[in-house]
Design a protein around this ligand. Structure first.
Ligand SMILES: [Zn+2]
Length: 311
């Protein structure tokens, strides 16, 4: 039986899985990301996790390689990190593919973690069977990817899918995490939704999006307005992307996708108002694979990459 290792490398946690046919996760291992200890320690942890999975693998399983979905912008040619946020100090410039290929002695493919997440959902999750999949993930930030025929469209610099940095009328004048302002992430991310709630309510104690969602469900009008603004801004953005890209399906994932019915209603209403009439029946659905999506997508990347490499 053939299988591949998939790794989801984030700022707080590294999760690895042994993934078999059909994107089935056969075994898994995870550890906290030693972010403060630097890139060397982070990659050592990845190697330890992959080795632990390999040691537990039965003799009838052939592992074809290791796919990594990593935080940061990944250069497709070098497999190195072009840019990363402060959640992984020193991560920018790290040659993830070269280091792991040498340490693991197997083919290694690296993509951005959101791209891996989208690929997993497109191939084996809510997008299975759809040729063109638009994935939108909203949580700490807002991002996603366009997947066409099982390939993430990563763009010239690997930056494609930074949907959070599309201008939004709801965000005019609001500073964005990228250093710009007026981008949809500045109202539609979890932290932005909290910030809007703090402004409206004057309650500076709320720093967790889940608390805003709870308060909205309990009838707090400021919380409800914050949730509606976040969901509506994301929905308007999705409607615009639908018009630009005409995918077969839109998958919405990330932490905010579990924010409840009010958020989803705002999102669907805004997307519905924005999209062109011909696109009225394009499904907008929730993600299906949960936390496994990036592992499954990263493992799928191995199959594609290994097959394409010259013998
Ligand atoms: Zn921005």
């Amino acid at each position: 039986m053939r299988a591949a290792i998939g790794v989801d490398l984030g700022g707080t946690k590294i999760a690895a899985g042994l993934v078999g046919a059909g994107g089935v996760v056969l075994d898994r291992a995870s550890a906290p990301t030693p972010a403060a200890q630097g890139p060397g320690a982070v990659l050592d942890t990845v190697v330890d996790l992959v080795r632990s999975l390999l040691e537990r693998t039965g003799g009838d399983v052939v592992v074809s390689g290791c796919g990594v979905g990593s935080a940061g912008v990944i250069d497709a040619v070098s497999g190195a990190v072009s840019s990363a946020t402060d959640s992984l100090p020193g991560w920018s410039g790290t040659r993830v593919r070269d280091v792991l290929t040498a340490a693991l002695a197997m083919p290694v493919a690296v993509v951005n973690d959101v791209h891996a997440h989208a690929l997993g959902e497109a191939l084996h999750g809510a997008g299975a069977g759809s040729p063109t999949v638009l994935m939108v993930a909203a949580g700490t930030g807002v991002g996603g990817a366009l997947v066409i025929d099982g390939r993430v469209q990563s763009g010239r610099r690997g930056v494609s899918g930074h949907f959070g940095h599309v201008p939004a009328i709801e965000a005019v004048g609001r500073p964005c995490t990228c250093g710009g302002s007026g981008h949809v992430e500045a109202v539609a991310s979890g932290p932005a939704m909290c910030a809007v709630y703090r402004e409206l309510s004057g309650d500076a104690s709320v720093v967790d999006g889940r608390e805003v969602v709870r308060r909205a469900a309990d009838g707090d009008a400021h919380a409800a307005a914050s949730v509606a603004l976040a969901g509506g801004a994301l929905g308007r953005m999705i409607g615009g992307l639908l018009n630009a890209l005409d995918p077969d399906v839109v998958i919405v994932g990330g932490g905010l996708a579990s924010a409840g019915e009010a958020w989803w209603t705002a999102l669907r209403d805004a997307a519905g108002a924005e999209r062109l009439p011909l696109l009225a029946d394009t499904p907008i659905v929730g993600a299906a694979l949960g936390a496994d999506a990036a592992i499954v997508g990263a493992a799928a990347l191995v199959a594609a990459t290994v097959m394409e490499e010259p013998a």
